[in-house]
Design a protein around this ligand. Structure first.
Ligand SMILES: Cc1cc2nc3c(=O)[nH]c(=O)nc-3n(C[C@H](O)[C@H](O)[C@H](O)COP(=O)(O)OP(=O)(O)OC[C@H]3O[C@@H](n4cnc5c(N)ncnc54)[C@H](O)[C@@H]3O)c2cc1C
Length: 594
């Protein structure tokens, strides 16, 4: 079989992909579907019946549910067999993360344990550390937490003051300091704690057991949402950490922290999809039961608009999530065949896709907030009632834009990382950007006399990419090294990049679906694509113009604005009818079945 052509991280800005080369969720295999079903069954039997009870900050109950999920094997999905796990592919891990994502506070506690609570040791631990801890984390025998944030060190994580001093006999590091906002703090048996050795400027990482004398855990914070997830401060008062519990090398902590956060970001992208689908299901079920003016509210155009938009945005974000996941799997395999050990191949494969990780984190968490907000609106007054699942979902969703790197930090990372990869020589971003910019006065929409449906969509997306390149060249030549201080412009470019990446993933998915199911069966997906591109073009145009008017000299405005108009020109779409068709399918199915 011909190998899939996989692009490097960020390369999509200058290269187009073919539909046959991307993975789509419709290609999940039987085993992957079974794993997802097991996760769903667990939510139905253990999580939902206890959802209100855990939200009363019942640490013991949450701990017991987590342990049950471990006994069932759910905590070992991403862990290799030799450490008591099941060594599943990254796509499978993402599908499990998506399914669990509909589990409110449990989802946060579970994902923190399996991700930031376990993976630092899995990927940076010695063989002894893995045998001692990972084998038990994978089964839920012990639970984990990750302690990076401090009162003075949030987004600026390297600013932490927690200190580790080697004892005189050289057998221990003496740890002193304070961590805050630590998920699972209330019951985690072990913590990965980031601290600076002596007067180091960079962090190191340590495995700390909760029973080491001097570890003091505060009561849980009172939070807006995810109340069932234990979040607390932890104090370290002269804690003696054996030297063999140093994780990685001295000074390697920041690198460990960041690479684990990359992984967390991608998984969060999938995780919130599950929450979004749950919100859509709650919304459509309510709309199909609630009558006003003598009819079901699902018959109103205003409600159909909301239901359709919930579907469109979720379906689009899903396309991007699984496209990246398979790219990561392929890169991991490539590294392995090149002789890299399995652990290194995995962490390097995931870390490589840093541009896409940041895109998925921001885009998907913002989709969820949109979907859930409209879900509350569809419920009317009942959406404001604490009796309803949608109310809990609304409160629980908000955190996703804050942790795993705030969306502000991740938005900046999208552009920053793409530019750094290009400077390293991964792809020719700046040469192509200069070409587009220098040709700005001749830019047209490039519409030929005739083109097929997918050729047209592909042209739109190529044009969106040119719009991004135009802004990248304009902004970087105007601001040069000071571009980093122009966050508003970077945000404009980042928004253009995210919209384009998701649009391309969606278009390729619909095209591939057509080749699998036949074009006739993909009408509803073409509706999704048509509306998404019609709206996306407008968002890209607006963000591009905001950037242009911020970096260009007034005499350049007309040429650049005209170029952006041409590059974001898309054919008109009867969005009302398209959205009605999408909503009608959802209403008929009475759940998300796209
Ligand atoms: C419920 C919950 C669970 C958490 N779990 C964990 C955990 O398990 N382990 C852990 O270590 N941490 C955890 N955190 C901490 C979380 O990662 C931080 O809250 C987050 O990184 C933001 O840091 P901060 O709260 O200090 O905000 P700040 O960094 O003070 O940010 C405040 C605002 O300024 C913006 N900002 C900051 N710097 C910049 C910049 N350079 N450019 C532009 N804007 C900027 C931010 O985006 C934000 O909008 C958790 C937090 C919460 C609320």
């Amino acid at each position: 079989m011909e190998a899939r052509k996989v692009l490097k991280s960020g390369e999509f800005l200058v290269e187009n992909s073919e539909a046959k080369n991307i993975f789509i969720p419709e290609e999940f295999n039987e085993e992957q579907r079974m794993i997802a079903q097991t996760c769903q069954d667990f939510l139905n039997t253990e999580v939902y019946p206890n959802a209100d009870k855990v939200d009363k900050q019942d640490r013991d109950l949450m701990k017991s549910i987590l342990k049950k999920s471990g006994e069932l094997g759910l905590m070992g999905i991403s862990i290799p067999e030799e450490y008591n796990g099941f060594g599943q592919s990254f796509v499978t891990q993402m599908l499990a993360a998506e399914t669990i994502g509909a589990g409110y506070s449990f989802s946060v506690a579970f994902m923190a344990h399996c991700g930031i609570g376990t993976l630092p040791i899995m990927y940076y631990g010695t063989e002894e550390q893995r045998q001692k801890y990972v084998t038990r984390l994978a089964t839920g025998e012990i639970l984990g937490a990750y302690c990076l944030t401090e009162p003075g060190a949030g987004s600026d994580a390297n600013a932490g003051k927690t200190n580790a001093r080697l004892s005189e006999d050289g057998r221990y590091y003496i740890l002193n300091g304070q961590k805050m906002w630590i998920t699972n703090a209330g019951f985690a048996d072990i913590q990965t704690v980031f601290a600076k050795i002596d007067n180091d400027r960079v962090l190191s990482a340590f495995i700390v057991e909760k029973d080491f004398p001097g570890v003091v855990i505060s009561p849980d914070e009172h939070k807006m949402g995810i109340k069932g997830s234990s979040t607390a401060q932890i104090f370290y008062n002269d804690v003696k950490v054996p030297v063999e519990n140093l994780l990685g090398k001295p000074g390697e902590g920041f690198r460990i922290a960041l690479s684990i956060l990359h992984m967390g970001r991608i998984k969060l992208g999938a995780n919130v999809l599950g929450a979004a689908k749950k919100a859509i299901n709650d919304s459509v079920k309510y709309a199909n039961e609630r009558k006003q003016f003598g009819v079901l509210i699902s018959t109103f155009g205003a409600i159909k608009f909301k239901l359709a938009e919930q579907v469109i945005r979720t379906f689009a974000a899903e396309s991007a999530n699984y496209r990246v996941s398979k790219d990561i799997d392929d890169l991991i395999e490539k590294y392995k065949t090149e002789g890299c050990d399995k652990g290194r191949a995995t962490i390097d494969g995931i870390s490589h896709y840093a541009v896409e990780a940041a895109i998925l984190k921001v885009y998907s968490s913002e989709i969820l907030d949109y979907v859930i907000d409209e879900g509350v609106q569809i419920h009317g007054g009942m959406g404001y009632s604490a009796e309803m699942a949608i109310e809990k979902g609304y409160r629980d969703s908000r955190i996703n834009r804050i942790f795993e790197g705030t969306n502000e930090i991740n938005r900046l990372l999208v552009v920053d990382t793409a530019m750094k990869r290009a400077m390293k020589g991964d792809f020719d971003l700046f040469g192509k950007a200069a070409e587009v910019y220098n040709n700005a006065k001749h830019i047209t929409s490039g519409k030929p006399a005739s083109e097929s449906y997918f050729q047209e969509k592909s042209r739109y997306i190529s044009n969106f990419k040119k719009a991004i390149l135009l802004c990248i060249h304009g902004a970087s030549s105007k601001f040069e090294k000071k571009l980093v201080q122009e966050q508003e412009v970077l945000n404009n470019i980042s928004d253009m990049i995210m919209e384009t990446y998701v649009a391309e993933s969606l278009a390729l998915r619909v095209q591939k679906l057509g080749s699998i199911k036949g074009d006739a069966a993909t009408g509803i997906y073409q509706d999704i694509l048509n509306v998404f591109l019609y709206d996306g073009a407008e968002k890209i145009r607006k963000a591009g113009l905001d950037a242009v008017y911020s970096f260009a000299a007034p005499e350049e405005y007309t040429v650049l604005a005209n170029a952006l108009e041409s590059l974001t020109l898309v054919a008109g779409v009867n969005v009302k009818e398209a959205r009605r068709r999408i909503a009608d399918k959802l209403i008929e199915d009475n759940c998300y079945k796209f």
